[in-house]
Design a protein around this ligand. Sequence first.
Ligand SMILES: Cc1ncc(COP(=O)(O)O)c(C=O)c1O
Length: 187
Amino acid sequence: MVTPSNPTGTVLPADQVESLYELARQNNVALILDETYNAFLPPQQLPHHLFSKDAWGETFIHIGSFGKTFALTGYRAGALVASRKLIHHALKVQDSMVVCQPRITQHAIAYGCRELSDWVDQNSVWVKHPWPTLTGRQAARKLADEANLICLPGEVFGPGLEGYLRLAFGNVSQHEIPQAVERFLVY
Ligand SMILES: Cc1ncc(COP(=O)(O)O)c(C=O)c1O
């Protein structure tokens, strides 16, 4: 399971993750959660409590990527959190494919994990819109109709995000970015 999902943005509620874990445990299969986008959940919102279970390693495998968290996409720096036994087997696969991350990337990630929590909070891709009475959908529609700007309503990524928009600039060429920002500011 990918949660928060790419590309839909759907976030599985913690109780559903718990149910999936129970289903997997009872049927003796692994629950693999790809939580690459977990840094973009609202602050303080824990995605689940699976790590607090005594025998989580028998069932649960967590995948994360620092690429999104620290805006290091393309460096392919991620994490697998699993039982010692599973990591032992995963290492055999890794060793025959990539051996390990370049050392400099490992240092960058270690620095990020130690020092950059505030930076991550400040630079997550959420923007609070200025219309308290509008949902994210209404705000996004307004920006599209009136300012020719397209962005995503926060609530498509989960409950409690109606006051936010998500912006992407992956398809905007560099010289157009100042103009897009200017249009936001003017609007
Ligand atoms: C759901 C999901 N998992 C993993 C990845 C891999 O991320 P990265 O290559 O930045 O580590 C991506 C990248 O887009 C993704 O969308």
